[in-house]
Design a protein around this ligand. Structure first.
Ligand SMILES: Nc1ncnc2c1ncn2[C@@H]1O[C@H](COP(=O)(O)OP(=O)(O)OP(=O)(O)O)[C@@H](O)[C@H]1O
Ligand SMILES: [Mg+2]
Length: 391
C-alpha cells in the first residue's frame, strides 16, 4: 500500500531530513514550505498524512486543519511543536490533529507516529470499501457431494498458496460465497477482501477504479484516488463477473498481475502490490475467447486454480444440509422458531430441479418461513412451481 505524506516546514534542512528519512522507509513524500503550497496539495487529495510545522511564513500551520476537516478522505495530521509548546499541541489535537511530536525531532519517534497514522489510513481505506459492500458474511455449506468436496479441496489449496483462482458455475451456485470462504479460511483472512462487481462499473471508469488516478488525470478527477488494487494490498481482490471487463483493459490488468505493479491513471510512479486475484464468471469464457471478447492469456493467468461449481440439481444429496442451514439462518433473522420440515415438503424439494440453484433454495426457505405460522414447514408453504414440478 502506498501512503503519501506531505511534509510542511519552512526550514529547508529540517524538511529535507524528514523527507529523506520517510522516503527511505518507502513512503511517497511531498513537500511544502508555506501554508499556501500545503493548501494546494491538500485540496487535490494528494496527502494521506500531513506532518505540519506550526510557524509558517504565510500563517499559522494548524489553520490547515479547517480545510483538512472538510475533505472527504480526511488526511491524518501530525503537528511538529517547539519544545514546551504542549498546550498549543493540545489545542491542535482538539481541532482535529491526531498526534504531535516535539522539536528537536527524534526520527525514531517520528517513525512511530507515522506508523500509527498509517494503520488508521489503511483501516479506513478498507472500511470505506467494506461499507459500500455492506460486509456480507455468510457461512459456506459444503455438504457431502464429491464435486463440492473436490472444489473445496482446490479452494483450500488456492487459499494457502495465494495463487489466482477462477470460479465458474451457473447463477446462484455460490461463486461469491466461495470467494469469501477462500478469504476467511486462508492466511489473508485479516487482510482486505475487496469485491468488484464488474458489470456495475462504467467501461470508461474501469481503469481508474482498479488502478486509481491522480488529481487532474481527467475531467472530474479533482482529487487523487486510490484504486481497488491498492486498497486490496496484502489481501484478495474479487472480480465478480469478470467477463464484463473491457477487452483493452484486460491487457493492462494482465500486465499488472504479471509485474505485481501498476501506475495510477495520470501517474508515473510505479505502485507495487501483493494481491491475490479471485475471478468469477457465469458466462462461458472459452466461447468469449473464440469471439475475441475475452483474452486467452488473461484467462490462463486467472485459472491457475479452476473451480467449477456444480448446479444444485447435480448435488441433490446436499439439499437437506442446505435446508437445515437456511432454516437456522432465517429463524435467527426473522425471529421465528421453525423446528422441522415435513417429509412431503422435503420430498418436493428433492424432486425439483432448482434452475436458480442455491439462491433459489435460500429464497424458497425465507419465503416459507414468512408464510408459516406453525413450527413445521409443509407443502403449502412452498411455491406452486415446486409443488407441481413433474406432475
Ligand atoms: N455453499 C453455500 N453455502 C451457503 N449458502 C450458499 C452457498 N452457495 C450459495 N449460497 C446462497 O446462495 C446465494 C447466492 O450465492 P452467490 O451469490 O455466491 O451466487 P453466484 O454463484 O455468485 O451467483 P451469480 O452468478 O448469480 O452472481 C448466497 O447469497 C447464499 O445465500
Ligand atoms: Mg455472484
Amino acid at each position: 500500500m502506498t501512503i503519501s505524506i506531505l511534509v510542511v516546514d519552512d526550514e529547508e534542512t529540517a524538511r529535507m531530513v524528514i523527507s529523506e528519512f520517510l522516503r527511505s522507509k518507502g513512503y511517497e513524500v511531498l513537500e511544502a514550505g508555506t501554508l499556501g503550497e500545503a493548501r494546494n496539495i491538500v485540496k487535490d487529495g494528494n496527502a494521506d498524512l500531513i506532518i505540519l510545522d506550526v510557524q509558517l511564513p504565510d500563517g499559522y500551520g494548524p489553520h490547515l486543519l479547517d480545510e483538512v476537516g472538510r475533505l472527504p478522505m480526511r488526511p491524518q495530521v501530525i503537528i511538529i511543536t517547539a519544545h514546551g509548546e504542549v498546550s498549543m499541541a493540545v489545542d491542535a489535537m482538539k481541532a482535529g490533529a491526531q498526534d504531535f511530536i516535539e522539536k528537536p525531532l527524534d526520527l525514531i519517534k517520528l517513525e512511530a507516529a507515522v506508523k500509527r497514522a498509517t494503520e488508521v489510513i489503511s483501516m479506513r481505506r478498507e472500511l470505506n470499501h467494506w461499507r459500500a459492500s455492506q460486509g456480507k458474511n455468510e457461512e459456506f455449506i459444503i455438504g457431502s457431494s464429491s464435486q463440492m468436496n473436490h472444489a473445496i479441496e482446490l479452494a483450500r489449496r488456492a487459499s494457502e498458496m495465494g495463487v489466482s483462482a477462477l470460479i465458474t458455475g451457473p447463477t446462484g451456485t455460490g461463486k461469491e460465497v466461495l470467494a469469501r470462504f477462500i478469504h476467511q479460511s486462508g492466511p489473508r483472512a485479516n487482510k482486505p477482501f475487496i469485491d468488484i462487481n464488474c458489470p456495475a462499473i462504467q467501461p470508461t471508469m474501469f481503469e481508474s477504479e482498479l488502478f486509481g488516478h491522480e488529481a487532474g488525470a481527467f475531467t472530474g478527477a479533482t482529487q487523487r484516488r486510490n484504486g481497488l488494487m491498492e486498497i486490496a494490498d496484502g489481501g484478495i481482490l474479487f472480480l465478480d463477473e469478470i467477463s464484463s471487463m473491457p477487452v483493452d483493459l484486460q491487457a493492462k490488468f494482465l500486465r499488472a498481475l504479471e509485474e505485481r505493479s501498476f501506475r495510477r491513471v495520470g501517474g508515473t510512479k510505479l505502485i507495487k502490490v501483493d494481491v491475490q486475484i479471485i475471478a468469477a464468471s457465469n458466462r462461458n469464457l472459452r466461447e468469449m475467447i473464440d469471439k475475441h471478447e475475452f483474452r486467452e492469456d488473461l484467462y490462463y493467468r486467472l485459472k491457475v486454480v479452476d473451480l467449477d461449481l456444480p448446479t444444485l440439481a447435480e448435488r441433490k444429496d446436499d439439499i437437506p444440509d442446505l435446508v437445515g442451514y437456511f432454516v437456522r439462518r432465517f429463524n435467527m433473522r426473522q425471529g421465528s422458531n421453525i423446528i422441522d420440515v415435513s417429509p412431503r415438503a422435503m420430498q418436493a424439494m428433492m424432486n425439483y430441479d432448482w434452475p436458480g440453484n442455491i439462491r433459489e433454495l435460500s429464497n424458497t426457505i425465507e419465503r416459507a418461513i414468512l408464510f408459516c405460522d406453525d413450527p413445521v414447514i409443509d407443502l403449502n408453504h412452498l411455491p406452486l412451481e415446486i409443488i407441481n414440478y413433474g406432475k
